[in-house]
Design a protein around this ligand. Structure first.
Ligand code: ADP
Ligand code: MG
Ligand code: MG
Length: 252
């Protein structure tokens, strides 16, 4: 089972002028096996939603609930959230100089499983994941995200997704900065993940392009810290044709 339930979520961020409300009541349920796309203009609060689910300390939840299979996610530390089965691929992955991809992946896997992975199968799993994402074997010796191209960062995020195999994946603009070949490779990785039994995906994107490769079950239009409209995949096509304008105007 894997149901992520977000109810009336309100979140503020600390700015120089004090706390500013960014999320203004977000309600969204991702059930077993569902892929939901969140689409919205820049600055609408999409990344804030992703960070709030993941437990980033900069964001303060002032109201509402987030549960995973009935467990209170907001009461969990960042580590506990990961162990509970939540995964966040960040819009801007951070550099970790001096830590190799191989070490990083192994440390993350050990932290989530509570024990180190068996060396022989693990090396095979890592090499397989890198290969499927068209990353060569020397990639695992590079420092995490240091000097990575945009495409390498995103493919590395999807390698993590494959290896850590969470219940629910929140993918924040996994398509940004990708050329068409990398977009296909990354999309195939996401499709492999969600092809497994009972996995949930929250796919955050600004552009409809990635939705040609990853067909969502539901599309939500996100404007000004709220969901303004919901529908099926056809809603993405409508957005492609009409843009966010009418929703932005209605939200003011
Ligand atoms: P999106 O991902 O949809 O582009 P964000 O969640 O990144 O939107 O940002 C939503 C709003 O919150 C923006 O107005 C942004 O400037 C503001 N915001 C987000 N994070 C911070 C932060 N750490 N400090 C100050 N303002 C922030
Ligand atoms: Mg943005
Ligand atoms: Mg963002």
């Amino acid at each position: 089972m894997s149901t992520l339930e977000i109810k009336d979520l309100h979140v503020t961020v600390d700015t120089e002028d004090g706390a500013k409300e960014i999320l203004k009541g977000v309600t969204l349920t991702i059930k077993d096996g569902e892929t939901h796309a969140i689409m919205g203009p820049n600055g609408s609060g999409k990344s804030t939603l992703a960070y709030s689910i993941a437990g980033h300390p900069k964001y303060t939840v002032t109201g509402g609930t987030v549960t995973l299979d009935g467990e209170d996610v907001l009461a969990m530390s960042v580590d506990e959230r990961a162990r509970a089965g939540l995964f966040l691929a960040m819009q801007y992955p951070v550099e970790v100089p001096g830590v190799s991809v191989a070490n990083f992946l192994r440390t993350a896997k050990t932290a989530i499983d509570g024990e180190a992975p068996k060396l022989r199968t693990w090396v095979k799993d890592v090499n397989g994941a890198l290969e499927r994402l068209d990353l060569d074997s020397t990639f695992s010796q590079r420092s995490v995200n240091e000097g990575f191209s945009g495409g390498e960062k995103k493919r590395h995020e999807i390698a993590q997704l494959e290896l850590l195999n969470p219940k629910v994946a929140v993918l924040d603009e996994t398509d940004s900065g990708l050329d068409i070949d990398a977009l296909k490779i990354v999309s195939e990785g996401v499709n492999r993940f969600r092809g497994q039994e009972g996995k949930g995906v929250l796919l955050i994107t600004h552009y409809t392009r990635i939705l040609r490769y990853i067909t969502p079950d539901y599309v939500h239009v996100f404007v000004n810290g709220r969901i303004a409209e919901q529908g099926g995949p056809e809603l993405a096509e409508q957005l492609e044709a009409e843009g966010y304008d009418k929703y932005v105007k209605a939200a003011v």
